[in-house]
Design a protein around this ligand. Structure first.
Ligand code: URA
Length: 208
């Protein structure tokens, strides 16, 4: 079973207080989402495998350890885009893919409207971003598409997770690690996380 990691880092908790505050403006909100994503990425990459190598320092040859596998970052559109810069800060050579999903009003099932993933994703370690793991429907569908393209090692990064979303994602994709900055109590009748931080996409892009 994949890991479900909820951060207890003081820097993340302090930033979560600012994200939750309804008076935090769009500019600050966007910057803080990016910072929290970067800090979570630091946690989520702790287990990455290293291989021994040698480099020449100005003085002598040194034994070093390096990462020699490719990374892909796949934001789920549109709110997942808010986390992209934070991850790219720590993994600047990562390839970036995008998945867009909407909910069919009749079947209520997520339908893919855009999917562009990097070539060779099957050999990469993939980090999927979506700030809110609420019902879990989008995360499960997004990861379904990424697995269909052959990806094997997938980590899901979110800012806030709710019990329903974590349960659904872990049932559908037990091999996927989940990293969250905070874990909230429940969803309300509209599917919003409580106490949450509101509509992440609207707050990142200033659309409300
Ligand atoms: N999506 C959001 O943006 N916010 C929630 O609380 C739940 C889903």
């Amino acid at each position: 079973m994949g890991e479900f990691f909820v951060s207890n880092h003081p820097l993340i908790q302090n930033k979560m207080a600012m994200l939750r505050n309804k008076n935090t403006c769009t500019k600050e909100f966007k910057e803080i989402i990016s910072e929290v994503a970067m800090l979570l990425c630091y946690e989520a990459t702790r287990h990455i495998e290293l291989v021994p190598a040698k480099v020449e320092t100005p003085i002598a040859e040194a034994d070093v350890n390096v990462i020699n596998r490719g990374f892909a970052i796949v934001p789920i559109l549109r709110a997942g885009m808010g986390m992209l810069d934070g991850l790219l800060t720590l993994m600047p050579t990562a390839k970036v893919g995008f998945i867009g999903l909407y909910r069919d009003p009749e079947t209520l099932k997520p339908v893919e409207y855009y999917c562009k993933l990097p070539n060779g994703i099957e050999n990469m370690e993939v980090f999927v971003t979506d700030p809110m793991l609420a019902t879990g429907g989008t995360a499960v569908a997004g990861i379904d598409f990424i697995k269909e393209k052959g990806a094997k090692k997938i980590t899901f990064l979110c800012i806030l997770a709710a019990p329903d979303g974590v349960k659904k994602l872990r049932e559908a994709h037990p091999d996927v690690d989940i990293y969250a900055a905070a874990y909230d109590e429940k969803l309300n009748d509209h599917g919003y996380i409580v106490p949450g931080l509101g509509d992440a996409g609207d707050r990142i892009f200033g659309t409300k």
